[in-house]
Write a protein that binds this ligand. Structure first.
Ligand SMILES: [Zn+2]
Length: 364
């Protein structure tokens, strides 16, 4: 039994009481991602005495995380986030069970993980994983708490609770245009802290099930932290939702990882070999003036700016597509967009056109 004094300040609330505290102690909550949203959510859930907490994150702590990922300290740089978070939360509350899963959430492990927990918290920053969380939540009948941040804006909702709307009722498919995540677009830690903390509150509301604490199901809360303007939008269940209309057993999970590091990369020499031997297609994603100033013979030109504006190019599906830009970074972004469009046999040329010129694979 938890010590009385630890939870005294919350169990004195009439909506909680000893029974509510017992419900919290019996709850099992899984958090996907121990980043800007996951860190505050996990802190408050562990502090409140949630009996079992799971943390799924394959990433390691970097110095650039510390500005918003409040579980971690300098001496944990280089450690697995799931393990580092477990260490910190165990120090905060040794009375609860904490499981660290230092792995990526994928279509093969999602159902097993979700089945072991009552509620899932979405602490991710990319669409591919949010759709996977949604679909696995529906397949396993698990409510999930959605949070999203970008710049000074935050969003919050509860999906798949008591047959309420799901994430696909709001966004049926991943966007075809490229939308930057926090790493690319920037975020202030306090914005992540606010949404992550609100996610912990929604999880506790679901656990407590008290009539005066209705969870944010069927509604979307948005807040702009520049102006502190916030809105509560009604979010009805979409009768044509591609997922809600499926039976659970008919839901199949599809996932292609959005992680930059696992975008396949090829060297300029490999790219040339694959074009010659395997008929791979080179695609130059630089802008028109760069293309006009010089490009690789035989390449096709599809600028990143056009992809970002929603262009869906007609690419062959019977050969590998190898993208290149000037130095490699825009090629990675374009690869992500095209993968999201379903083009999976795709890689990016390391070092881009600049490295290709240096190495001159054909000795030109
Ligand atoms: Zn739906």
């Amino acid at each position: 039994m938890p010590s009385d004094s630890r939870y005294a300040r919350q169990s004195v609330l009439p909506e909680i009481g000893p029974e509510g505290q017992a419900k919290i102690a019996a709850a099992k909550i899984l958090c996907i991602g121990a980043g800007g949203l996951g860190c505050p959510a996990l802190l408050y859930l562990a502090a409140a005495g949630v009996g079992q907490i799971g943390i799924v994150d394959f990433d390691t702590v970097e110095e650039s995380n510390l500005q918003r990922q409040t579980l971690f300290t300098m001496d944990q740089i280089g450690c697995k986030k799931a393990e580092a978070a477990k260490e910190r939360l165990s120090a905060l509350n040794p009375e609860i069970i904490i499981e660290a899963f230092a792995e990526e959430l994928t279509d093969t492990n999602a159902v097993t993980l979700f089945d072991a927990y009552d509620i899932v918290i979405d602490g991710t920053d990319n669409f591919a994983t949010k759709f996977l969380i949604n679909d696995a939540a529906l397949k396993t009948g698990t409510p999930f708490i959605y949070g999203s941040i970008l710049g000074f804006d935050g969003q919050l909702s509860v999906f798949n609770l008591h047959n309420g709307p799901c994430y696909r009722c709001l966004f049926p498919e991943p966007p075809s245009t490229y939308i930057p995540n926090c790493a690319q677009a920037g975020v202030i830690g306090a914005v992540a802290g606010m949404i992550g903390t609100a996610q912990a509150m929604e999880a506790l509301k679901i656990v407590l099930g008290h009539p005066d604490l209705p969870p944010l199901s069927g509604k979307l809360w948005t807040i702009n932290l520049r102006t502190m303007e916030n809105r509560l939008l009604v979010l009805p269940k979409d009768l044509d939702c591609p997922l809600c209309s499926c039976k659970r057993e008919e839901i199949t999970l599809k996932y292609s990882s959005p992680v930059c590091g696992i975008i396949p990369e090829v060297t300029p020499t490999q790219a040339c070999e694959r074009c010659e031997k395997d008929n791979a297609l080179l695609v130059d994603v630089r802008e028109t003036e760069e293309w006009d100033a010089g490009h690789i013979e035989g390449a096709r030109h599809i600028p990143l700016s056009a992809l970002a504006q929603g262009l869906r190019p007609d690419l062959p599906d019977d050969c590998e597509i190898i993208l290149y830009c000037q130095k490699g970074l825009r090629g990675q972004q374009a690869t992500q967009i095209l993968r999201a469009q379903g083009c999976l046999n795709i890689s990016n040329m390391q070092g881009g056109y600049a490295l290709w010129l240096d190495e001159k694979p054909d000795d030109r």
